[in-house]
Design a protein around this ligand. Structure first.
Ligand code: C2E
Ligand code: CA
Ligand code: CA
Length: 711
């Protein structure tokens, strides 16, 4: 009984435990997060699938159970299925095989497959679990991609990037940029430290970087000097971050080569301190060097010299031959200056045609130094005055040189520059192409010049300017055919002053514009007055007014002339503007256009001081002038200087062939007039007939002249 009982209880217990394990199996089967399928062997009919299977492959149990699994087209690769089945039969188990499947919709799912044969109710079955690893694969692929991206960034970065172990300083990884910066290949450095390799040029800098890193945990944009393995020093900008790599504290360091940037900066600096045309030091750098020199000379009890060099009539070259030729002249002058001073001397360009030579370290007594400086200046004067052949033009450029001694003539840059400049003015006054050493008496002259400029400003305001008139005469009948209006400054104490004394000061300041405008208005007014009073007739008289180059360049000159004519009521054809060749500035086409606009008003032009300019014929052919005014310097000597006589003949011939009228100025003697008449020049202006006279007197003269006189 007990046995039966036992037997029964055994069976019951066994059945119970079987049921329990079946239940356990079933619940495990269903609850498995991975898809599980139970299929029969050998036909492969689906007995059961779990919820996860439905979820991942899209098949519901009722669509699957009882069907052949193979009909579900689950396997993406049937040959793989076959080979895995064979393996299962051989080894009775499949473990973690990766295979591709398709879900109900045909989407690819990668799974790790494991299969076990089991026997259920005497039926041999296969229990297969599919672990979907598609997502993991994506994640992994993403990780790999991001690692690749990082690697790409790391390796292709133009900067040097290194990863080192923080504690040992050993390199774990370095990139291409590191090789470019240091010349070391990764395989040469990995496992070694920066210290071993000696890649920092300055150990103190390295210490400082480490200090900062300890203090802040990072370093940003620190300028350091790195060393290439060939010894070359490179300026780099370094940033360091602390990172952890596999839980090991590491440092990620980037170093950017900023040498090129620094070079560019230096270049900008260079540009700021040099003149771009000649590459010479400019004013700023000269002042710098001068300051240093003054201190240096003082310390060593030596002398130096500051030479101001200005090219005579340079403006004229620029104006008549154009800026490219002017630039070429400046470059040639630069080369000549540099070739003729010592290495330690400075040649600078202050702008325009102003050069400065700073001579340093002269020993000996003052008199010895002076003669030394003079001989240097004389040498420079000679080399500069040598002829130049530029673009087919044979040119001669003479310099004027003013010198100040250091420290005798000043111990500040501004004093020295001022005094060398004063000496230069004196050299110019002395007829150019000359050299002057500063003297204290010059200072007085310079102050006087300044006072003169002030006085002129006041003169304008006080109405101390006046116009005088010098008649122009036809020698054949002694008739006054016109007059030149000439400016006079009636000084309250010194009386009438010739513009020869002050016109250049007006021209150097803007005063000429104001005064010139006044002359124009006043002259038109006076001439209109002569006409009104019947002293002249409209077609037998013209008034000449001098227009300075600066004045001519005013953008509204035409309008100003128009206004003066309109305000005075003077017929335009009675006005003649006297211009000089210096008027052909920068753009000859602009000049011609302006002249043509004035000509259309009725105004005519006389070319003043003709024969003294550079390029007489070239421009004369293009400029719409009506009259050539033969310069008084030729007239003065025509009767006893064969050369001047020849020039006058040539000018007359030229005027004839160009169809221009001509008038001679500065005619003082009768034989001069006779000579001119022999050449065919009958119109003249000069003391022979009359000096320039005040308005009243001139009106008187016109009045008297109305009845033709006979010589
Ligand atoms: P310029 O235009 O060549 O004027 C002729 C100068 O020669 C005048 O000098 C005149 O007085 C002088 N002169 C005339 N006949 C004789 C003579 O027979 N012998 C000698 N030795 N000299 C004679 P001035 O009046 O002293 O004028 C000097 C210069 O000043 C003028 O030379 C002209 O360039 C300039 N100037 C005069 N007035 C004006 C003006 O209103 N505007 C401008 N821009 N310049 C003027
Ligand atoms: Ca004149
Ligand atoms: Ca003249």
């Amino acid at each position: 009984m007990a046995g039966i009982l036992i037997d029964i209880s055994e069976r019951v217990r066994r059945e119970q435990s079987l049921a329990a394990s079946e239940a356990k199996f079933a619940s495990l089967f269903q609850a498995s997060p991975d898809p599980v399928a139970l299929t029969t062997l050998p036909d492969g009919i689906a007995m059961e699938i779990n919820a996860s299977f439905s979820q991942i492959f899209g098949w519901q149990p009722h669509e699957v159970v009882g069907r052949k699994m193979v009909d579900l087209n689950l396997w993406a690769d049937l040959s793989q299925r076959t080979s895995l089945y064979e393996k299962l039969e051989r080894e009775q188990t499949l473990d973690n095989e990766v295979a591709n499947f398709l879900d109900k919709e045909g989407r690819l799912i990668t799974c790790v497959v494991s299969s076990r044969p089991i026997t259920l109710n005497d039926q041999r079955c296969i229990l297969t679990t599919f672990r979907d690893i598609s997502e993991r694969q994506i994640a992994q692929a993403m990780l790999q991609a991001s690692q690749e991206k990082f690697a790409l960034a790391f390796h292709s970065s133009p900067d040097a990037i290194t990863i080192t172990e923080r504690d040992s300083g050993r390199y774990i990884e370095v990139n291409e940029g590191f090789y470019r910066l240091t010349g070391y290949l990764p395989e040469e450095v990995i496992g070694r430290s920066a210290k071993d390799l000696n890649v920092w040029a300055d150990l103190a800098e390295r210490e400082q970087m480490i200090e900062r890193l300890k203090r802040d945990g990072h370093v940003y944009h620190m300028e350091m000097r790195g060393k290439h393995r060939d010894g070359h020093i490179k300026l780099v900008e370094v940033s360091v971050e602390s990172i952890a790599l596999n839980n090991v504290p590491c440092l990620l360091l980037t170093a950017r080569d900023v040498s090129a940037l620094k070079d560019a900066q230096a270049q900008v600096q260079h540009l700021a301190y040099h003149d771009s045309l000649t590459n010479l030091p400019n004013r700023a750098l000269l002042l710098d060097r001068l300051t240093q020199q003054i201190a240096l000379l003082k310390r060593h009890d030596l002398r130096g010299a500051l030479m101001f060099i200005d090219l005579d009539h340079f403006k004229h070259i620029n104006d008549s031959l154009g800026h490219p030729v002017g630039d070429a002249v400046l470059k040639l002058v630069t080369a000549r200056l540099q070739a003729n001073v010592r290495q330690e001397d400075t040649v600078a360009r202050l702008g325009g045609d102003e050069f400065v030579v700073l001579i340093s370290g002269l020993e000996g007594k003052r008199s010895a130094v002076v003669s030394q400086v003079r001989s240097v200046a004389e040498k420079l004067r000679q080399v500069l005055a040598e002829p130049m052949l530029l673009e087919g033009h044979q040119l001669q450029v003479t310099p004027s040189i003013g010198i100040a001694l250091i420290p005798d003539h000043g111990d500040t840059p501004s004093d020295l520059l001022k005094r060398a400049d004063i000496a230069l003015y004196r050299a110019k006054d002395a007829g150019r192409n000359s050299i002057r050493l500063f003297r204290n008496t010059m200072q007085k002259a310079a102050s006087e010049r300044l006072r003169l400029e002030n006085d002129l400003r006041l003169a304008q305001a006080r109405g101390e300017f006046e116009l005088h008139f010098q008649p122009q005469v036809d020698a054949r009948n002694n008739q006054i055919i016109g007059a030149e209006a000439l400016l006079r400054w009636i000084h309250p104490i010194q009386g009438a002053q010739s513009p020869a004394l002050f016109i250049h000061i007006l021209e150097e300041s803007d005063l000429i514009l104001e005064v010139g405008g006044w002359v124009l208005a006043e002259a038109c007014h006076a001439c209109a007055e002569f006409l009104r009073k019947g002293l002249v007739t409209e077609h037998q008289f013209s008034l000449c007014v001098n227009i300075s180059p600066r004045q001519f360049r005013q953008h509204d000159l035409v309008e100003r002339v128009e206004t003066s004519l309109a305000n005075s009521g003077l017929p335009a054809h009675m006005l003649k503007l006297e211009i000089t060749e210096g008027i052909v500035i920068q753009n000859i086409d602009d000049t011609i256009a302006k002249m043509n606009r004035l000509k259309r008003l009725g105004v005519s032009f006389a070319m003043d001081d003709f024969g003294t300019g550079y390029s007489s014929l070239t421009y004369l052919k293009r400029l719409p002038v009506d009259v050539l005014k033969i310069d008084q310097s030729f007239v003065r000597d025509a009767t006893h200087d064969a050369n001047d006589a020849e020039i006058i003949r040539a000018i007359v011939a030229m005027a004839r062939s160009l169809g221009l009228d001509m008038i001679a100025e500065g005619v003082e003697q009768i034989d001069q007039l006779e000579f001119l008449q022999q050449q065919g020049c009958f119109l003249y202006q000069g003391y022979l007939f009359s000096k320039p006279v005040a308005l009243e007197q001139f009106q008187q003269m016109l009045n008297d002249n109305r009845i033709p006189m006979t010589l």
